[in-house]
Design a protein around this ligand. Structure first.
Ligand SMILES: Cc1ncc(COP(=O)(O)O)c(C=O)c1O
Length: 394
């Protein structure tokens, strides 16, 4: 391996949400954080070099994105996902969640209903509710340790007030990389019912060897016309702190409304200079690093599944096809959610993301982020193992 993903990097005291907010969010500072979705690895050397060189320039005035910036993204989407996008479809955005919020404001009205498939990334709930839209949840089906979409229930949830679906693909937290067949079926319902689809594809580059990501909008022109696709280099190259994402909107009318909200009403025209440089460097030169990262993460995933199955009875891991997040089923332990959270924080000493925050279907689950050096992953799993064992011995 050319890149060292085993290196343990001290992130405490670096303004890290994951490591420096533990006391405030979990009540204790000395926890092992395996919660929020960023990685404990350095970004690709090409990104660090591009940022260092730009920092040395020393002038950080207002920014302009070059043609090469957009081309690097368009080439990446073509090479990685086989989707040829046009430059005019791409709109800049400061982050995926802000882009989703803007889409909600641009394409729906207060009181309109917006669908999500739970358990799901919980900021979706906040942006819907905080914009005075009505949250409608459609629970995924959990069948034999595997998640599927519940198309019948989803369709029956839709009425004249339902205007939008926020799709999570790959899905956080259950790790599904939705197949083309599943997406087509979902798309047919949305086309038939006149629903706009915001497809959050932030995890699309983190997909394991047996799966393939399909951009929802790439399936057909009809689906492209009703979709807003959110992509970003932030998860892929561990640059979430640079707050740069890209939104793809092929439909001219939808794009104009989105741009009107983003550029004219919110005046979010110019990006962060470091985000721009890091993004272009990552998309141009980060492929080899990403390939090695994916091998490392896949080994971490397989290691964690085997370790839990062999050593932690009562806990069932859901095998993620994509994302570096593992959804753990603790329901066999028979604990309430409060008891389970207390067990993880006060007995195990680990900060995981609490299942119920992901909405219906999250009860009895916790989400583990395995994007860390293997020694840390082993330590975290051992901590869970010990706490569960003590519980059984009590
Ligand atoms: C599905 C999903 N969407 C969006 C985000 C955050 O995106 P951003 O930081 O660009 O707002 C995350 C981060 O964990 C995520 O998992």
């Amino acid at each position: 391996m050319k890149y060292d993903f085993d290196e343990i990097i001290n992130r405490r005291g670096t303004s890290s949400y994951k490591w420096d907010k533990l006391k405030e969010l979990f009540g204790r500072d000395e926890l092992l954080p395996m919660w929020v979705a960023d990685m404990d690895f350095k970004s690709p050397p090409a990104v660090i070099e591009a940022l260092t060189e730009r920092a040395k320039h020393g002038v950080f005035g207002y920014t302009a994105r070059s043609d090469e910036f957009y081309q690097s993204f368009m080439d990446w989407v073509m090479e990685k996902h086989g989707w040829r996008i046009k430059k005019r479809w791409v709109v800049d955005s400061p982050g995926v969640v802000p882009a989703i919020a803007i889409a909600i404001q641009a394409f729906t009205n207060p009181g309109d209903k917006i669908l999500v498939q739970t358990p799901v990334y919980y900021p979706f709930f906040d942006v819907i509710k905080n914009n005075n839209r009505k949250l409608v949840t459609n629970e995924l089906l959990y069948v034999n340790g595997h998640y599927e979409m519940d198309f019948n229930a989803l369709e029956s949830e839709i009425d004249g007030k339902t205007k939008m679906l926020i799709l999570c693909n790959p899905h956080n937290p259950v790790g599904r990389v939705w197949s083309k067949t599943e997406l087509k079926k979902l798309g047919e319902i949305c086309l038939r019912k006149g629903i706009i689809v915001v497809s959050d594809e932030i995890h699309s580059d983190i997909v394991y060897s047996e799966s393939k990501h399909t951009p929802f909008a790439s399936i057909s022109n009809d689906l492209a016309e009703i979709s807003i696709t959110c992509m970003a280099p932030s998860k892929t190259f561990n640059i979430a702190g640079l707050e740069t994402s890209l939104t793809i909107i092929p439909n001219n009318e939808l794009r104009k409304s989105f741009e009107g909200r983003l550029y004219d009403q919110l005046s979010l025209k110019l990006g962060n200079i470091f985000g721009i440089y890091a993004t272009e460097a990552a998309y141009r030169h980060g492929k080899e690093w990403l390939d090695e990262l994916l091998d490392y993460l896949e080994d971490n995933r397989n290691f964690a599944i085997e370790y839990i199955n062999d050593n932690i009875p009562g806990v069932k891991p859901v095998r993620p096809e994509g994302t570096y997040l593992m959804w753990l089923d603790f329901r066999e332990l028979g604990l309430s959610d409060k008891e389970l959270q207390r067990l993880m924080i006060h007995k195990a000493g680990i900060a995981l993301t609490h299942g119920p925050v992901f909405g219906k279907g999250g009860e009895g689950f916790q989400r583990l982020n395995f994007a860390c050096p293997r020694t840390l992953l082993k330590r975290g799993l051992k901590m869970i193992e010990r706490a569960v064992k003590e519980l059984k011995d009590d």
